[in-house]
Design a protein around this ligand. Structure first.
Ligand code: FES
Length: 131
């Protein structure tokens, strides 16, 4: 497989139309240091975002059911474990036990109706484990 094709496959996340504003996220995995790491893509105010599915408080996934990451209002991301609230656009925790910490956002864009990571996810820097 050519490098360009392989990278395209690594970067592909989901169809843009599968993401509704403030609705269910699409879960996917990235590979880092030889292990799978959960992530999710979501839409908010017309923009597409993605983040590693690891709460900065205790390192648990945010979703209580696959892709259920928004609170009832559809305005904030919420952690199912202790209820921390995060700004969907920045990933910043604005309420809860990890206030001031942030989700690890992943860079995405929409190309021809598909959501894709903008870089090879294996090259994304940063610590995935909770502090
Ligand atoms: S693990 Fe997310 S708020 Fe505690």
């Amino acid at each position: 497989m050519a490098d360009a094709e392989r990278l395209k496959r690594l970067r592909d996340v989901c169809a843009r139309e599968s993401l509704a504003d403030g609705g269910r996220a699409v879960t996917f995995e990235i590979q880092r240091a030889g292990r799978a790491v959960a992530a999710f893509a979501y839409a908010f105010k017309g923009e597409v975002h993605a983040a590693v599915n690891v709460c900065p408080h205790r390192g648990t996934p945010l979703d209580w059911q696959p892709g259920e990451v928004f609170d009832e209002s559809g305005i904030y991301l919420i952690c199912a474990t202790h209820g921390a609230l995060f700004e969907p656009d920045s990933g910043l925790c604005i309420a809860g036990p990890c206030g001031g910490a942030s989700l690890q956002k992943l860079p995405v864009r929409v190309i021809e109706g598909r959501v894709e990571l903008t870089i090879d996810h294996r090259a994304i820097p940063g610590e995935l484990d909770p502090k």
